[in-house]
Design a protein around this ligand. Structure first.
Ligand code: ARG
Ligand code: ZN
Length: 871
């Protein structure tokens, strides 16, 4: 059944306050809820009260202390109806029994390695007790937890601890109170035998906040980087947005079984442990980077998500897009801004663009869904962040900050909407944002076409920009968007050209406002033909088909004052060459000479930092080339074209690259800071060229054996595995035994194994999955193997014989019975089907149809399947 935004209506009853009493025992957990409820002023007397449930079994029910007679209510697993509630404030008292041990969906209350923990966003609270489980129902919570002292010495919930003590019979209790009214999705509880590290942070107004990170015993020493990231996040939000933390405690708990990255529960964030634990021998620089980002993200939710939440789940982007923007800004300020921008755009292009251009496309604010869990997507998160970034670009830093201040002032304590968010910026700056708002409502990536001409006689330069969005499911007709184009005109000597006048459209300083289907700008007073540098800093989430020649692009790569566009220009040249070859267009040797020179120039430029250089030599992957081609893609042809180009490019400079590679070797003690990480990533980038373009698996093996940290060791092994070099199996084997017993390192082994390019990969994966000790209930293990395969091994996933497709649909059918969220996420890999050549397209469809007809599927998987099949 489909839910529509247009059907939104507030509940007829409000929940005034919540008292929960959890009695946790090994066999089962009893939950008693005392909900103080009142009808709204306009609720007709006798209106039934309907509470959500999911798999619950009601044990007792009373109102104001009096048990209800059977005819006064109706209860089943999925709902509880009080037929005729009192027409005044009353207390509804219910009790249910839960089996957290048997909860493999990992939503609601479940057990992870012995620890009881919760995940409630978006609709998990209804698996704990009958409730108005929607984000616009806000209430203060008091939570009493009783549990055996021996198994669960640590008892945590939201807010402040107000009491604790002995409860007899080997039990103890804790009483938590969260004074901030919150929706149920922000509820959390943890009970277990956990170690911890503690620290404190003093806010700008001088309040001391106690900080703690809880984890499995023995892992405490791996939590310090997360703690450091937390303190830096707290300070940054004060500096940049004037936002202070509001409770006396902030707790983080790391758990091993978790459906996604982490969760911003009020005062008690719960994390997937892979986003907490850090230690140089077992995690990589990339892991440190994500830990810092996600710790910040969840902390920032305290203001953008918790203090101000969403009215309904259609508004998810209100908190997620904005919070991703905030965490991106944090990382940019803490590390290198241009490098972070490249990183974020690479991510957007590799995951959001394919979503937006395929059968799963949806607006950042959708208007209908069957299963809300399927809408925690890169469109809601990352495109949502790009929309906020465009807003900041349009309004300028000061205007944007004024709007944000007004947002916090006007909506604190509310559950609100995208419209209200846009309105604060209109009111604070007097800007009309009606056209801009279409970004939230319209799916699809705008395609920008550029053409230009120069008239020497009149010294006039004309630039035409055209926008177009292809139809997406349910949205055949598209409206023109307001697109901010940050730009510059680059002159023949590489410097910025200025103009004496411009007509034909709106240009403010270095910003063109593209607000029509097509705009032609005429710049006067231009002495020479310029090269346009458009969408500097990736000022809008669009695809650009540029009219620039390869030599113009290479010129920009060497001279543009905007580092993002320097990087992007070279990527465009590489992509064009590989895609061209894959489609049978021959390339000239001279094309390659210029490209090679540009790469060497970049590598030898002392002014550029190493992380930036690493991005420049990162050759676009097969998936990225496939997406550029767009349709009738043959992944084998793409892989071959990419390989051929690498060989032709690298061979003549192998010795120079090897010398640079060797010069980056260091004996400095490991530090995860951006500078050292940048040096390692450049070294890895060079190794990649040498392995892929010159067959130097000897260098990978040497690096693997000499490595003194996981970053270097993993990179070497993953490269060997990817190219399935002669020594790949030996390195994988060594890695597996060397780190046996560490589940998070096993994930790295699974990922590297899943990326192997040889035809044996599927059989090996089947064997891995079928091993009796493979933990099929753990999302990290499943995603590392299957998620990596579908998203990053296109030539094996989309194998011509259909074996890759069938392997995945069979695995999805099995996982769906255990954890539908993980299953449906893996299945989204099939969104690539429409881009493939006919044979592969058909065999992919056949695998999906078999999945549909042969299995009883969850709502999660069913929805994704139907959308991909176009049903
Ligand atoms: N709100 C969490 C975050 O962004 C993620 C919750 C994801 N929930 C889901 N059902 N996928 O940090
Ligand atoms: Zn979030």
């Amino acid at each position: 059944q489909t839910i529509y935004l247009k059907d939104y209506a507030p509940t007829p009853y409000r929940i005034v306050s919540v008292d929960l009493d959890f009695r946790i025992l090994e066999e089962a957990t009893r939950v008693r809820a005392q909900l103080t409820i009142e009808p709204r002023d306009d609720t007709a007397p006798g209106t039934p009260l309907v509470l959500n449930g999911d798999g619950l079994k009601l044990e007792t029910i009373a109102i104001d202390g009096l048990p209800l007679v059977l005819s006064a209510y109706a209860a089943d697993a999925d709902s509880l109806t009080v037929v005729e509630p009192p027409n005044r404030r009353f207390v509804l008292d219910t009790e249910v029994m839960l089996q957290p041990e048997a909860n493999t969906k990992l939503m609601g209350l479940y057990r992870s390695s012995g620890t009881w923990c919760t995940q409630c966003e978006p609709e998990g609270f209804r698996r704990i007790t009958y409730y108005l489980d929607r984000p616009d129902v806000l209430a203060p919570f008091k939570v009493r937890i009783t549990a055996p002292l021996a198994v669960a010495p640590v008892l945590l919930s939201n807010g402040n601890l107000i009491d604790k003590g002995d409860a007899g019979d080997g039990l103890h209790f804790a009483l938590w109170e969260d004074p901030f009214p919150k929706p149920a999705y922000l509820f959390a509880l943890v009970a277990g035998d956990l170690g911890s590290i503690t620290d404190s942070f003093t806010t700008q107004s001088g309040r001391k906040v106690d900080l703690a990170i809880y984890c499995t015993h023995g892992k405490e020493n791996e939590c310090h980087y997360a703690m450091d990231s937390l303190k830096r996040s707290m300070a940054w939000d004060e500096r940049r947005f004037g936002r202070e933390y509001d409770l006396d405690v902030f707790n983080i708990v790391a758990v091993s079984d978790f459906n996604f990255g982490a969760m911003e529960n009020k005062g008690l964030n719960i994390f997937n442990d892979k986003l907490v634990f850090a230690e140089p021998n077992t995690v990589t620089d990339a892991n440190y980077h994500s830990i810092e980002r996600v710790i910040a993200h969840e902390y920032f939710h305290n203001w953008t998500g918790n203090r101000i939440t969403c009215r309904d789940w259609f508004q998810l982007c209100l908190k997620e897009g904005l919070t991703v923007y905030r965490d991106q800004e944090f990382t940019s300020d803490e590390r290198s801004r241009p490098v972070q921008r490249i990183h974020d755009v690479q991510n957007l292009r590799s995951s959001q663009f394919p979503e937006d251009g395929g059968p799963l496309a949806h607006p950042p604010r959708p208007d209908s869904f069957r299963e809300i869990n399927n809408f925690y997507t890169t469109t809601v998160y990352e495109k949502g962040a790009e929309i906020v970034r465009m807003l900041a670009t349009l309004l300028g830093e000061a205007g944007f900050r004024k709007g944000m201040d007004l947002y916090f002032e006007r909506h604190d304590g509310e559950a609100t909407t995208i419209e209200a968010f846009l309105k604060v910026f209109e009111d604070a700056t007097g800007t009309d944002l009606r056209q801009f708002g279409i970004w939230y409502l319209q799916a699809g990536t705008p395609q920008i076409t550029v053409s230009d001409s120069y008239d020497a006689a009149s010294q006039t330069y004309s630039l035409t920009l055209t926008q177009k969005v292809e139809p997406t499911p349910g949205q055949p007709d598209k409206q023109p968007l307001l697109i901010p184009v940050r730009f510059g005109l680059v002159g023949p000597n590489g410097s910025e050209m200025s103009w004496s006048g411009v007509s034909g459209g709106t240009v403010k300083d270095d910003l063109i406002l593209l607000d029509q289907p097509s705009v032609t700008l005429r710049f006067t007073g231009i002495a020479n033909k310029p090269i346009p540098s458009l969408f500097r800093g990736f000022s809008a989430p669009v695809k650009v088909s540029s009219s620039l020649s390869q030599s113009d692009l290479l010129f920009l790569a060497g001279h543009d004052s905007d580092p993002f566009n320097r990087w992007d220009a070279l990527q465009t040249v590489l992509t064009n060459l590989i895609a061209g070859a894959a489609q049978g267009r021959p390339r000239a040797d001279s094309d390659l000479d210029g490209l090679r020179q540009a790469i060497v120039d970049t590598l030898e430029n002392p002014e550029l930092d190493e992380a930036f250089k690493a991005n420049v030599i990162a050759i676009p992957g097969e998936s990225s080339i496939g997406r550029h081609i767009g349709k009738d893609v043959d992944p084998d042809a793409v892989a071959k074209a990419r390989h051929d180009l690498l060989v032709a490019l690298v061979k003549p400079i192998e010795a120079r690259l090897e010398a640079m590679y060797r010069s980056l070797e260091t004996s400095a003690a490991y530090s995860p800071d951006a500078k050292q990480a940048g040096e390692r990533s450049l070294r890895t980038g060079l190794l990649n060229l040498l392995v892929a373009g010159a067959g130097r698996s000897d260098l990978a093996e040497a690096q693997y054996n000499a490595a003194t940290n996981m970053t270097d060791r993993y990179a070497a092994m993953a490269l060997a595995a990817r190219h399935w070099t002669g020594n790949a199996q030996a390195l994988l084997g060594d890695f597996r035994t060397r780190f046996a017993g560490d589940p998070l390192v096993f994930d790295k082994w699974l990922t590297a194994s899943a990326q192997a390019s040889d035809d044996g990969v599927i059989e090996r994966m089947r064997a891995t999955l079928a091993a009796p000790d493979f933990p099929k209930t753990n999302p990290n293990r499943l995603r590392s193997l299957l998620g990596s395969f579908v998203m990053t091994n296109p030539s094996q996933f989309a194998r011509a014989d259909g074996a890759g497709f069938r392997f995945i649909t069979e695995a999805v059918a099995e996982i769906d019975k255990v954890n539908p969220q993980v299953a449906s996420r893996v299945l989204t890999g099939f969104r690539v089907l429409p881009t493939l050549e006919a044979g592969r397209r058909e065999s992919g469809k056949a695998a999906l149809e078999a999945l549909k007809s042969q299995h009883q599927l969850s709502r999660n998987v069913g929805e994704i399947l139907d959308r991909i099949l176009g049903a």
